[in-house]
Ligand binder design. Sequence first.
Ligand SMILES: Cc1cc2nc3c(=O)[nH]c(=O)nc-3n(C[C@H](O)[C@H](O)[C@H](O)COP(=O)(O)OP(=O)(O)OC[C@H]3O[C@@H](n4cnc5c(N)ncnc54)[C@H](O)[C@@H]3O)c2cc1C
Length: 460
Amino acid sequence: MADYEVDLFVIGGGSGGVRAARIAAEQGARVMVAEEYRLGGTCVIRGCVPKKLLVYASRFRGDFEDAAGFGWTVPQSSFDWATLIANKDREITRLEAAYGATLDEAGAKIVKSRAVLVDSHTVQLANGDRVRAAYILISTGAAPSYGDPIPGIEHAISSNEAFHLPEFPRRVVIQGGGYIAVEFAGIFAGLGAHVTLVYRGENILRGFDDDVRQHLRVEMEAHGIRVITGCRVAAIERAGAHFSVHLTGGNQLTADRVMFAVGRRPNVAKIGLEQTGVEIAKNGGVAVDEYSRTTVQNIYAVGDVTNRINLTPVAIREGHAFADTVFGGKPTAVDHTNVPTAVFSDPEIGTVGLTETQARARLARTDVYKAMFKPLKATLSGRDTTVLMKLVVEGRSDRVVGCHVVGEGAAEIAQVAAIAVKMGATKADFDATMALHPTAAEELVTMRKRTASYAREAAE
Ligand SMILES: Cc1cc2nc3c(=O)[nH]c(=O)nc-3n(C[C@H](O)[C@H](O)[C@H](O)COP(=O)(O)OP(=O)(O)OC[C@H]3O[C@@H](n4cnc5c(N)ncnc54)[C@H](O)[C@@H]3O)c2cc1C
């Protein structure tokens, strides 16, 4: 690699890029990382971390209300958006610095610049400098998309701007039905806004288990979020300090902010891919094999830019596996099955494995176990909420292939349940596990009665 200035050039200092750079540098590679915005990428700067901080903030409203049933008198509460945003920003700045320090310690060189490919071994920085690299990693992430153009779309914000609004909006219209739309609906509503969620499909959270989707929708509506499905925002008009939001079908809403969360597009444009022969896959991301290698042998891509499973731990795992493969002498493919995921909605969703629909389409026999119950805390708080727990089991082998939870702590439950699902635990293993009482999660090991059993017609 002597002909090259660096062994590895990483384009994009987010979750995937930073992990790959650190591990490669620790393995002795000469590494340079270019980041055009802020180190840490989407997750740290305007994704998972700031979002979860806002979610925490939004949940205090419910906590204050619930306290009364337990004998507490909570004085009149008030909320200050500016304080929340300033405190959140301070934490994000601290994390950003920690990412920089980690790379420094590992010996990777950070360049604060946009980088584009010139050819398969050359990267150009914004100041015109060129760097020759033996290997290049594309980890440029993804960006919010606004869907098809509509009149007034320039008035809409994406999740990027939602983290920095100068004032808290009292009325919010969110277009989208994915996890980001649903989470921000819960955040704004919890902090006191009137929220309307507009989604063109039949129901929110496409791709999640149908019972989970329906359960969350009922809960959201019970908690004051208006959900309009089968409809889109057709135009946005400024009306003084507010916006008039025109929906397909003729309805009109008034909002202080209109947010679009209709999907994200891999950052593949204008980074010089066409100069190298790196191909784009059907999913719009950089095409890669199971080792994250692109169609050019010394160029790899990890994370959201490949549009496989767009989650931080997946990007990190892919970045690590890339470094092990290329610089650690340990070829490592990432296993993308049974990745647990959460929606930090109100209430929360935690899930791992197959949905009932997926299982019924793939397996000869699918057994379903389902429980819905009022959580213990709600007995005294009086909160109108129900927990949903669901296990999807492969009937022939008794393996638990899906676990779906809606309710407080669902994400934490799903992380641990994911170990059992990943290990191939059977329903009998779940049943043999002693319950931990009193918890909500104990329901997962005490669901004795099968709710339904389906045979796949073609397989029988
Ligand atoms: C609102 C929101 C909430 C989310 N919540 C969660 C969650 O709860 N849990 C979860 O697991 N995931 C969550 N995600 C997804 C998660 O943030 C991403 O999957 C993850 O950040 C992907 O990492 P990455 O390294 O692929 O890309 P990124 O983290 O996006 O990093 C890419 C970096 O590349 C930089 N870059 C781009 N082009 C160039 C260039 N040409 N030159 C130099 N730098 C460049 C960008 O500035 C960016 O910093 C959320 C995302 C959003 C938007």
